[in-house]
Design a protein around this ligand. Structure first.
Ligand SMILES: Nc1ncnc2c1ncn2[C@@H]1O[C@H](COP(=O)(O)OP(=O)(O)OP(=O)(O)O)[C@@H](O)[C@H]1O
Ligand SMILES: O=P(O)(O)OC[C@H]1O[C@](O)(CO)[C@@H](O)[C@@H]1O
Ligand SMILES: [Mg+2]
Length: 679
């Protein structure tokens, strides 16, 4: 195999793994056991390790890390290769350097500083000089799973046409109705002719479904039908399914490619720049927002409420709001909000109506779910795939707003609620998504023909890449409310950030009567500024972990599900504890900077925003330890285990919403000492 592993490769000089043993296949070919894959702790390449769920990582100079995707040659020796038929294709013969260099990789992080590590890279997608299939031997299948998304048909079309026109592949099968279609007899034969017009239609001609994934039955069906390329189009759940199918195929030693094409209108798939259909979704949402605007401005105190999709990620709502400029308030799952009291939504609505006479609210379906479950005492229900079924936040908030204004009898409002969610999802893809879908499909086809497998394809900083499944499924892409994009949105809508409600309420109680003078307005501005500076919180989480990697205390200042926390902690602990004392105490992981310090058997790890001052955080860790020392007297792991609540109290005194608010040891310890006295 032409391999980027070769240590003599032109661009990448590879170091042997730090703990490589004598069985190493080569000094540069490594598999990591970490689930993050971005670490550089490596184990040796061996068949037994490979059969576990290991990740392929290559470490180069200057902090270069290649998170590679599997290849047939990793588990099937001596496979023949063939010349890529594209070289004889007249359409491509004019292209100067059509084949992608085997060493080409794409950097995940493109903003770098002169001494920052080169960071994670992915294998560049594209046609290779050598392929691992003869055209007549390819028997491909395509399946679509999960919810609908504009562009599904375009991807199907372009896989079929790409295989046919570029590689002369004639046998392509459509699996009917998602993963469960593998067990049914019905399959759809796909030819360039039969898919010619499908990109002009929304939905998926193959049908889709949730649930019903049975790995061994699916792989049995693949084997029985003689399929050797499986193209799987779907969201995070689908890619998880694809990942276990790949594992099973590898376990059985089959020469079958598993290629994922990421689909999600929510844009919640990490690593890639954006998912297909998202652009169309944002564009289509404009029509609903426009309607809400026209309706609301035509009546007195008109309020237009538009619900958009976004189960856990508010990207559609955020981008649709930014694009429209008619939206006065955008509510997303990542940014908790509250209704009543100063700084709350009701107060803001009243203010906007007084100023403008109308307003538009965009709400993502996953926003405010915690408020809904408080007021509706609902049972958590799930769909067939195990995704939590959400309450209709649009209906709920519309009713809440109506109730609020009718109770107070202060203002007669005129509210119109628009729910365009499925209309947005069901449309055909727009021009830009169509081109994007074509590139995704062609990249997947090139990767498959070249013998890569176990990958999802997608653009990373504009360059199409092959990304290992684990990187796609280990976390969700979410709006980071401390990033500039959300700040742009806040400054465009002028809505409150809803952060630090308690803090703002306390301050306002003291300072502000109901009618504001100019001077008081100034004060209010200060409060808003304070709110914003709090919003720019630096600390995301604090962990205390023992030498064995067991977490003894975890405090988060951003919302992550339990599953996400577990995954994150496992990755970070693995990464930091593997480092030697000579290495510096700062590591970058995902979009965090981790600052850590070891005290005897305890590690203190703090995750902060990338632009946070590491030295200040190191100082903070030291202060925390000194404070604990003062209270417990030479703090140890057992002190934290048996007095966990006290450790949390200390942290609560020191940090609020991710900001350090107290640094005096006596002040931090005063309430605990008081409690101790009283008990
Ligand atoms: N952990 C998993 N292991 C195996 N299969 C899974 C897993 N999670 C989900 N699946 C399967 O993947 C398919 C699609 O999953 P899901 O319904 O969650 O949609 P999705 O791909 O995440 O798309 P959407 O963007 O609509 O959420 C289902 O058939 C489901 O059974
Ligand atoms: O009603 P369905 O088909 O289960 O899909 C709803 C979900 O699918 C998504 O569009 C993701 O594909 C979410 O935004 C939404 O919650
Ligand atoms: Mg999903």
């Amino acid at each position: 195999m032409d391999s980027v592993y070769a240590s003599s490769s032109a661009n990448i000089s590879l170091k042997p793994p730090r703990n490589s043993d004598s069985n190493s296949f080569s000094g540069s070919r490594n598999w990591v056991t970490s689930s993050s894959g971005s670490g550089h702790k490596v184990g040796s390449f061996s068949r037994s390790l490979m059969e576990n769920k290991l990740h392929k990582v290559v470490v180069g100079d200057a902090g270069y890390v290649l998170e590679d995707v599997p290849h047939f040659s990793d588990y099937i020796p001596h496979l023949p290769t063939y010349q890529n038929p594209l070289q004889d294709n007249p359409a491509y013969s004019v292209v100067k350097q059509y084949f992608v260099n085997v060493d080409d990789t794409v950097a995940q992080k493109i903003v770098v500083h002169n001494n920052s590590p080169r960071g994670t890279h992915f294998r560049r997608a594209g046609p290779r000089q050598k392929v691992y299939f003869e055209s007549d031997d390819v028997h491909a299948c395509i399946v679509t799973c999960g919810g609908l998304c504009p562009g599904l048909n375009t991807v199907i079309r372009e896989i079929v046409c790409g295989l046919h026109h570029m590689y002369g592949v004639k046998k392509v099968l459509g699996i009917d109705g998602g993963y469960r279609g593998f067990y049914s007899r019905n399959t759809i034969s796909l030819t360039p002719k039969s898919v010619n017009d499908i990109h002009k239609r929304g939905g998926t001609i193959l049908g889709t479904s949730r649930g019903g994934h049975n790995t061994s039955k699916i792989v049995d069906s693949i084997q029985d039908r003689g399929i050797n390329q499986v193209y799987i189009i779907g969201g995070d759940g689908t890619q998880k399914g694809a990942s276990v199918i790949y594992e099973e195929i590898k376990r059985r030693g089959l020469k079958v490619v598993v290629a994922g094409i990421p689909k999600t209108i929510d844009n919640d798939i990490p690593v890639i720049d954006r998912s297909f259909g998202f652009d169309t979704g944002v564009e289509e949402a404009q029509r609903a927002i426009n309607a809400a605007h026209v309706e609301s401005e035509s009546v007195e105190n008109g309020i237009g409420v538009v619900k958009l999709m976004g189960r856990y990620s508010g990207f559609i709502a955020m981008y649709a709001t930014l694009a429209s400029r008619d939206v006065d308030c955008c509510l997303i799952p990542e940014s908790p909000f509250y209704l009543e009291g100063p700084g709350g939504l009701f107060e803001y609505i009243e203010k906007r109506l007084n100023e403008n006479g109308h307003m538009v609210i965009v709400i993502a379906e996953g926003a405010g779910q915690e408020l809904l479950s408080e007021s509706m005492h609902s049972m958590a229900k799930q769909d067939a795939s195990g995704n939590k079924l959400l309450q209709d936040v649009g209906l709920w908030i519309s009713q809440k707003i109506k109730d609020h204004f009718s109770k107070r009898n202060k203002m007669t409002i005129n509210l119109k609620y628009i729910d365009p969610t499925y209309m947005i999802r069901a449309v055909r893809s727009n021009a830009s998504d169509n081109v994007y879908c074509t590139l995704l499909a062609q990249s997947a086809v090139h990767g498959a023909m070249a013998g890569y497998t176990g990958f999802t394809v997608g653009p990373v900083n504009g360059r199409h890449s092959y990304i290992p499944f684990h990187r796609i499924i280990e976390q969700q892409n979410k709006v980071v409310i401390t990033d500039r994009m959300w700040a742009r949105l806040l400054s465009s809508t002028n809505q409150p950030s809803f952060l630090c409600a308690k803090d703002v309420i306390e301050d306002k109680k003291e300072e502000l009567p109901s009618q504001l003078s100019d001077h008081q307005n100034g004060l209010k501005d200060n409060l808003v500024k304070k709110e914003i500076s709090y919003a720019l919180m630096g600390i995301r989480f604090i962990l205390m972990v023992n030498k064995q990697g067991q977490t003894r205390l975890a405090q988060y200042y951003e919302y992550l599900t339990l599953e996400e926390r577990r995954a994150l902690e496992a990755e970070i602990v693995r990464k930091c504890l593997a480092r030697t004392e000579q290495q510096c105490s700062f590591v970058e992981h995902r979009n965090y900077k981790i600052v850590y310090r070891r005290y005897a058997s305890l590690f203190f790890l703090v995750g902060v925003d990338n632009d946070e001052n590491e030295l200040a955080i190191l100082e903070f860790i030291h202060l925390l330890v000194e404070t604990m020392d003062r209270h417990f007297g030479n703090v140890c792991e057992l002190d934290i285990m048996f007095h966990l609540e006290k450790a949390h109290f200390m942290l609560e005194e020191m940090v609020m919403n991710g900001c350090i608010v107290e640094t005096s040891k006596s002040s931090i310890l005063a309430p605990i000492q008081l409690m101790d006295k009283m008990s």
